[in-house]
Write a protein that binds this ligand. Structure first.
Ligand SMILES: O=CC(=O)O
Length: 329
């Protein structure tokens, strides 16, 4: 049986590069549908010759997460999942590893666009920009609730998760005159840390004026920022989240904003997207974006190209270019 690649969802910017792969293997697409239909197709053997699955940006909307139920139904021919996204919390890594399936994600390609949005949210939150931003369009000039904001200059920026995105945030923040500290599982070598100082998790929480979340979501980072952490923070701290919603306990964040412990928050991600806690929506101290960190032409194209580079490498060399860290140990 010929080997095939199965695309779930769509490719929008690198169609030609996808089509070019037809010289290597058969290309199949599952563009739209439902989880139930996809699972029944898996059960009835429709995808039995699949060697590699391309999970597009919108694939979770099509099939739901690649949880254990779905992964266990993948045919034994599947050896690789090339995922389009830096975060792969929608894939059950353990279930894939147990089945000998290797996964790639798209780090690097997302760094600049995501860091740009983090800085946008940080500046917006420091200025509590939602009030004047909305008021001026309603003919209310600055708005009744308008108040002065804060400068980033001389503030301590704490970065939780100093991977590619965290480092790109640090580089940008340095240009605003911020003092930068970070916490990571391991301190970075000096050439990668730049001027950022390594501190413990508790020190990061206790001493940052602005806290930027740039770490991956996995079972050990879910709700890593909750009531106990908010209680430890400086009064008037600013929170920026461009990583994944469930890293913050959203209900605890709402309370911390309402008690003024938190001056403001800039959020691109939420616990139950596309649902947003109603008290975040109604609170104009919060700057909200609908998960658009990587939503630029350039970055979307780079991400698709990186997925396809992984796919090609899987077929030609039997290895992935950006294998996820859990499987590279
Ligand atoms: O959220 C975006 C990504 O994971 O790339």
């Amino acid at each position: 049986m010929a080997r095939s690649a199965l695309l779930i969802g769509n490719i929008s910017h690198a169609r030609k590069e996808w089509d070019d792969l037809s010289s290597l293997l058969e290309l199949k697409e599952y563009k739209t549908g439902s989880r139930d239909e996809f699972l029944s197709k898996l059960k009835s053997g429709d995808f039995d010759d699949t060697f590699v699955v391309y999970r597009s940006n919108e694939s979770t909307g099509v099939t739901g997460p690649f949880d254990k139920e779905l992964v266990d139904l993948l045919p034994s021919s599947v050896k690789y999942i090339t995922h389009n996204g830096a975060g792969y919390d929608n894939i059950d890594v353990k279930a894939c590893t147990a089945r000998g399936i290797h996964i790639s994600s798209t780090p690097i390609a997302v760094n600049d666009a995501t860091a740009d949005i983090a800085i946008f949210l940080m500046l917006g939150a420091l200025r509590r920009i939602t009030v004047p931003f909305n008021a001026v369009r309603k003919g209310e000039w600055r708005g009744k609730a308008f108040g002065l904001g804060h400068d980033p200059k001389n503030k301590v920026l704490g970065i939780l998760g100093m991977g590619g995105i965290g480092r790109a945030v640090a580089e940008r923040a340095a240009a605003f005159g911020m003092k930068i500290q970070y916490h990571n599982r391991n301190p970075l070598p000096a050439d990668k840390a730049g001027n950022a100082k390594y501190v413990s998790f508790d020190d990061l929480i206790k001493t940052s004026d602005v806290l930027s979340l740039n770490l991956a979501l996995n079972p050990s980072t879910k709700h890593i920022i909750s009531t106990a952490q908010f209680d430890m923070m400086k009064d008037g701290v600013v929170i920026v989240n461009t990583a994944r919603g469930p890293i913050i306990d959203e209900a605890a964040l709402v309370k911390a904003i309402q008690s003024e412990k938190v001056f403001s928050a800039g959020l691109d991600v939420f616990e139950e997207e596309p649902k947003i806690h109603p008290e975040l929506i109604s609170d104009d101290r919060v700057v909200l974006l609908p998960h658009i960190g990587t939503a630029t032409w350039e970055t979307q194209k780079d991400m698709e190209l990186l997925v396809l580079e992984n796919l090609r490498s899987a077929v030609e060399k039997g290895e992935l270019v950006t294998l996820i860290p859990e499987q590279s140990k």
